[in-house]
Design a protein. Structure first.
Length: 619
C-alpha cells in the first residue's frame, strides 16, 4: 500500500464508521461500538505505519472549489510534526474507544455516542493532515461540531445542553478571528498553503498571527475564552479524556506550531503572556473545585497555558533571504509537553471515569474516600498520573515541564517566576485531589460499595500509565520524530542546576502543603480556615457573570434596538410603506377604468393636450 493510500485510509476510516453507524446501526448499539473501535484501531495502526515507515511529504492535493483566480484545494501535509500529532491522536483515541466499551455499556444511546467519537476522530485527523489554512479551518469547524455533539450526548439534562451551546458559541468567537486571519494572510501573500508560506517570501505582520492565534484561544481555551471547557465536563468522561484533555484542545497548540513561520516578536510576546496568565489563573481555580472532573478540567487549562507560554517564549532568528525563520525551541517545548500531557492527562481523566463508574456516578471528591483499598489498579495508575503531572523526577511531566521552565528562565525571568509558582499550585491541587479521593474512610454509600471495573476500563489505564512513565525519555522515541524532538531545549551547566533545584523545590512545597493541609474529610479545609480566599477563588474572577451581564444588558438590548429599527423603518416604512403606496396607485388606476366610451375620450384628449404642452416646452 502506498503512503498516500495509507494516509487516506487513516483519514476516511472514522468517516466511514460514522456514516455506517448513522445510516444502518442506530438501533444496533453493540455492532455500532464494534465498528467505531475497529475504525479507531485502523487509524492508530495506520498512524504508526506511516510514522515508522519514514514516509514524509508525499504530494497530494486536489482542487475542490474555484472562484475566478481563487481556488480552494484539499491536500495532505505529512512531516515529522504531523507524524507525532497523528500518533498521539491515534493512541489516545483508541484508548478512549476501548474504555468507552465498558463505561457506556448501559447507555441507551451509545450507538449515537460511538458515531460521535468517529466523526470527531475524522475531524481531528483532518486538522493534522491539512496542508493549507482553509482546509484546516474546515476540519476545525467539524471538530467544533463533533465536540458539541459529544458534550450534548445526555441532552435531556439541561446542564449538558447549556454546556454544549456554550462551548459552541464561545469557540465561534475565536474562530471568527481565525477566519479573518486566514483571509488577511491570503490577501497579503496570495496563498495559505503551509509549504508555500514556509518555503518562500511572505508578508510579516503582527495582525496576521494574532488573528490566527484567536482560533487557538478559543479551541485551546485560553483566557478570556476559557469559560467553555470546565462546563464541558457535563459530557461523558471518556469524551472529556479525548476532546478536552489530549486532542481537541491541543489542536490550538498544533496550529501555532504549523504557522510558526508567520510569527513576529510582538505577536510572540502577546501569546507568551496569554499562556502565562491562563496557566496561573486556571491553577488557582482548580484548588477549590469539588467535582473530580472539574479539577482536571482546570488542570488542563493550566497545562495548555504552559504550552502556549512555551510557544510564545520562542524568538525570531536572523534573516534568511529576507525571510525570518523561527527558532524552534518554543515550538519544540510546546509539542513535547503536548505529547507527555496527552498521556498523563488522558490517564487522569479515564482514571476519574473509573472512579465515577465504581462509585455509581458520584463526582464529588468529598463524598468519596477509601478508594485506594477498593479500587487498587485505578489507584495505582491514577497515582502515576498525579506523579507525572506534578513533575516527580523520572516521569514524563518532569522532563517536559523542566524544558518549559528552562526556556522561561533563559528568555523571561518574570514568566519563569509565574510558571514556577503555577507548578507549586499544580502539585498542591493534585495532591489535594489524590488524598481526598483515595484515602480515609468512605464518606458516602456509593464510595463504601465502590468496585473496580472490567478489562475494558482498566486496560487503557495500564497502557497510558506506562506512557506517563516512559513518555518523557526522548531516547525511546523512534528516530522518525527526531526533527521535532531535537528542538526541545535542554538546560546545561548553571542553568540546569537552577531549573532542577526550582523544579524539585516547587514539587516538595506544593505536594507537602497539599498533603499536610488537606486531610481526608467531608469538608474543604481551605473553606473552613480561609473562607474569604475560598470565595474569591470560587468566583473564578466572575468571568461567567461578566459575560452574562454583557449578553443580557448590552448585546441583548442592542439586538432589541436593531429589531425595533427593523420593524419601524425596514419592515414598516420601507417594505410596508412602499407596498401601501403601490397599492394606492393600483387602486387609483383601477378607478380610471369605468367602462364608458365618453370617459375614455376625455382621457385621450387630456393626454393629447399634455403631450402638446410638453412638446411646446411649457413643461
Amino acid at each position: 500500500m502506498s503512503p498516500l493510500t495509507l494516509a487516506l485510509v487513516v483519514l476516511v476510516a472514522p468517516l466511514f464508521s460514522a456514516a455506517i453507524i448513522a445510516v444502518f446501526l442506530r438501533r444496533a448499539a453493540t455492532l455500532a461500538s464494534f465498528v467505531s473501535v475497529v475504525a479507531a484501531l485502523v487509524a492508530a495502526g495506520g498512524a504508526f505505519a506511516l510514522a515508522l515507515g519514514n514516509h514524509r511529504d508525499f504530494p497530494a492535493s486536489w482542487e475542490w472549489l474555484r472562484f475566478g483566480a481563487f481556488s480552494l484545494s484539499l491536500g495532505l501535509k505529512y512531516d515529522d510534526l504531523a507524524a507525532l500529532m497523528l500518533v498521539i491522536v491515534g493512541i489516545v483515541g483508541l484508548c478512549v474507544h476501548v474504555f468507552s466499551l465498558g463505561y457506556m455499556h448501559e447507555d441507551r444511546s451509545r450507538a449515537r455516542y460511538f458515531g460521535g467519537l468517529s466523526i470527531f476522530m475524522f475531524s481531528m485527523i483532518g486538522i493534522v493532515f491539512a496542508d493549507n489554512l482553509f482546509m484546516m479551518f474546515i476540519f476545525w469547524e467539524l471538530v467544533g461540531f463533533s465536540s458539541w455533539l459529544l458534550i450534548n450526548h445526555w441532552h435531556e439534562r439541561q446542564s449538558a445542553s447549556d454546556a454544549a451551546k456554550k462551548a459552541f458559541i464561545v469557540n465561534r468567537v475565536g474562530d471568527f478571528g481565525f477566519l479573518l486571519g486566514i483571509i488577511l494572510c491570503y490577501w497579503s501573500n496570495g496563498t495559505v498553503t503551509l509549504s508555500e508560506l514556509d518555503g518562500g517570501r511572505h508578508v510579516f505582520s503582527t495582525l496576521i498571527p494574532l488573528l490566527l492565534f484567536c482560533g487557538a484561544v478559543g479551541k485551546s481555551a485560553q483566557v478570556p475564552l476559557h469559560v467553555w471547557l470546565p462546563d464541558a465536563m457535563e459530557g461523558p468522561t471518556p469524551v472529556s479524556a479525548l476532546i478536552h484533555a489530549a486532542t481537541m484542545v491541543a489542536a490550538g497548540i498544533y496550529m501555532l506550531c504549523r504557522i510558526n513561520v508567520l510569527m513576529v516578536p510582538d505577536a510572540l510576546q502577546v501569546i507568551m503572556w496569554v499562556g502565562t496568565v491562563t496557566a496561573l489563573y486556571a491553577a488557582s481555580c482548580a484548588i477549590v473545585q469539588r467535582d473530580i472532573k472539574k479539577v482536571l478540567a482546570y488542570s488542563t487549562l493550566s497545562q495548555l497555558g504552559y504550552m502556549v507560554a512555551a510557544f510564545g517564549l520562542g524568538s525570531l532568528g536572523g534573516q534568511d533571504g529576507g525571510r525570518a525563520a523561527l527558532v524552534g525551541a518554543g515550538a519544540g517545548a510546546a509539542m513535547f509537553h503536548l505529547t507527555t500531557h496527552a498521556f498523563f492527562k488522558a490517564l487522569l481523566f479515564l482514571g476519574s471515569g473509573s472512579v465515577i463508574h465504581g462509585c455509581h456516578h458520584e463526582q464529588d471528591i468529598f463524598r468519596m474516600g477509601g478508594l485506594a483499598k477498593r479500587m487498587k489498579l485505578t489507584f495505582l495508575t491514577f497515582t502515576i498520573g498525579v506523579a507525572a503531572i506534578i513533575g516527580l523526577p523520572f516521569l514524563a511531566g518532569f522532563f517536559s515541564k523542566d524544558a518549559i521552565l528552562f526556556l522561561a528562565f533563559a528568555n523571561n525571568r518574570a514568566v519563569f517566576v509565574i510558571l514556577a509558582f503555577t507548578a507549586v499550585l499544580t502539585a498542591l491541587y493534585m495532591t489535594r485531589l489524590w488524598r481526598i479521593t483515595f484515602f480515609g474512610e468512605p464518606r458516602s454509600e456509593s464510595a463504601a460499595h465502590a468496585h473496580e471495573g472490567g478489562l475494558t476500563l482498566t486496560l487503557p489505564l495500564v497502557v497510558l500509565a506506562a506512557l506517563a512513565v516512559l513518555g518523557g525519555y526522548t531516547a525511546i522515541y523512534p528516530k522518525v520524530f527526531s526533527v521535532v524532538l531535537e528542538l526541545v531545549p535542554e538546560a546545561r551547566g548553571g542553568d540546569h542546576t537552577v531549573v532542577l533545584v526550582t523544579s524539585l523545590l516547587v514539587l516538595l512545597v506544593g505536594a507537602g502543603v497539599g498533603f499536610v493541609f488537606y486531610r481526608p474529610a467531608a469538608a474543604d479545609a481551605l473553606e473552613e480556615k480561609s473562607p474569604g480566599l475560598f470565595r474569591l477563588l470560587s468566583s473564578k474572577l466572575w468571568f461567567d457573570e461578566l459575560y452574562t451581564y454583557y449578553v443580557d444588558k448590552v448585546q441583548q438590548r442592542f439586538a432589541m434596538l436593531l429589531n425595533y429599527l427593523e420593524q419601524i423603518f425596514l419592515a414598516g416604512v420601507i417594505i410596508r410603506g412602499f407596498a401601501g403606496l403601490v397599492g394606492l396607485l393600483g387602486l387609483g388606476a383601477r378607478r380610471l377604468h369605468v367602462g364608458r366610451l365618453n370617459a375614455y375620450v376625455y382621457w385621450f384628449l387630456f393626454g393629447v393636450a399634455a403631450l402638446w404642452l410638453f412638446a411646446a416646452g411649457i413643461f
